[in-house]
Design a protein around this ligand. Structure first.
Ligand code: SAH
Length: 375
């Protein structure tokens, strides 16, 4: 008799594969992250020093504050409309939104105009978000998906997403001798362990790989495609065009589409094998910002050049904000502020790996930090 597995989700996935054959990496990620009972984001709060990873808003209040001010100036440049939908995709604990709402309290008219719209699937995290923004008394609604937020005629939208796209399921395609085959997750017949297998070659990937890359592909190259991210970028771009507005996406990833396997698993701040512990490790992939930007432009919206997080935060004045915070701080607190600043902007920390993409509606005044507009 085999030992009962400590991981019921792993057993569920193996059973699914033994019944119907290998599954796509997107199917695997969906099970691992979003299974209603055992999915990673459904069953726990993964953030913070004691959790599996720490995100920029959890590192320092300065991050959410500056994003709040970016949103406020975007709103002012739209002419300060009396109503605005402030959407956050995947808000985690609600820390970013809470810091943003606190920072904009003194911007005349802005707080009164805001309705917060959270796009969040996890019930545990929804509760955290509710608690985080409670002090500001601003109306908020929760939605399963961006498209579930009703568009309101004449009401512009500002969308913020920090580390949201990296959590969405990707598919991987591997270049063979002549064409592309999807990389799938199967069960090894002998050991019963999950492993990667090559599917049949399919013309699908040829259409997904951008023309600029197609000609350079060598055998073994891997191309990642994030269909859900592209679909959401398209929906957001349409909303920005219909009602006006701006979107700000921050994530780790690359400014140009490229080949490479970036699927990774993290638990307790360490990397782990990606297939072994579904539901117990966070699974992410690097974001292809060029693909997101293309989707927005194809939908008729505009985007700025992709910036690094370091450049973006310095443009918004994070160094001055840190100095100001330090004026009332103890020596220890001042040290912590400097450390947080360097984590957020230093090139060898989050400053360069993390990228920023800003989009806006075709008839919207460009929001702050649009430099070298691409579309
Ligand atoms: N923005 C937060 C959290 C990032 S983690 C921060 O910076 O701290 C990813 C977040 O996206 C979590 O809140 C997770 O529950 C949510 N999420 C993951 N997949 C999602 C999906 N498909 N739809 C909506 N929310 C999702």
């Amino acid at each position: 008799m085999t030992e009962p597995s400590a991981n019921p989700l792993l057993e569920h996935i193996k059973r699914r594969i033994s019944l119907s054959g290998p599954i796509t990496i997107a199917d695997f990620m969906n099970e691992a992250l979003a299974h209603p009972e055992y999915g990673y984001y459904r069953k726990q709060d993964p953030f913070g020093r004691a959790g599996d990873f720490i995100t920029a808003p959890e590192i320092s209040q300065m991050f959410g504050e500056l994003i709040g001010l970016w949103a406020a100036v975007s709103w002012q440049q739209m002419g300060g409309p009396s109503k605005i939908d402030l959407v956050e995709l995947g808000p985690g604990r609600g820390t970013l939104m809470s810091d943003a709402l606190r920072a904009v309290r003194n911007v005349p008219g802005f707080s009164d105009a805001i309705t917060v719209r959270f796009v969040e699937t996890s019930p545990v995290l929804r509760t955290h978000q509710q608690t985080s923004i409670m002090p500001y008394g601003i109306p908020a609604t929760w939605h399963e998906a961006f498209d579930d937020i009703p568009g309101r005629a004449g009401v512009p939208t500002i969308v913020i997403g920090n580390e949201f796209f990296d959590a969405l399921p990707i598919r991987q395609f591997e270049r063979g001798e002549t064409g592309w085959a999807e990389r799938l997750v199967g069960v090894d017949a002998e050991g019963g362990e999950l492993g990667f297998v090559r599917g049949r070659e399919t013309p699908v990937a040829d259409a997904l790989v951008p023309a600029t890359l197609r000609g350079t592909a060598k055998k073994g190259d891997i191309f990642e495609s994030c269909g859900p991210a592209i679909a959401i970028a398209d929906q957001i771009a349409r909303r920005l065009n219909d009602n006006g507005g701006a979107a700000l996406f921050i994530d780790y990833g690359h400014p140009h589409s490229a080949f490479g396997d970036t699927l990774q698993a993290v638990k307790a701040h360490e990397y782990h094998p990606v297939l072994n512990q579904p539901g117990d490790v966070d699974l992410t992939a690097h974001v292809d910002f060029a693909a997101i930007s293309r989707a927005m432009i194809e939908a008729g919206a505009r985007t700025g050049a992709v910036l690094t997080q370091g450049t973006f935060l310095v443009m918004l004045g994070i160094e001055q904000r840190a100095e100001l915070l330090k004026t009332d701080a103890s020596e220890d607190q001042a040290k912590a502020i400097d450390q947080a600043l360097s984590r957020l902007i230093a090139p060898d920390q989050m400053g360069t790996l993390f990228k920023v993409l800003i989009g806006y509606g075709a008839t919207t005044t460009p929001p702050p930090c649009i430099s070298g507009a691409e579309g």
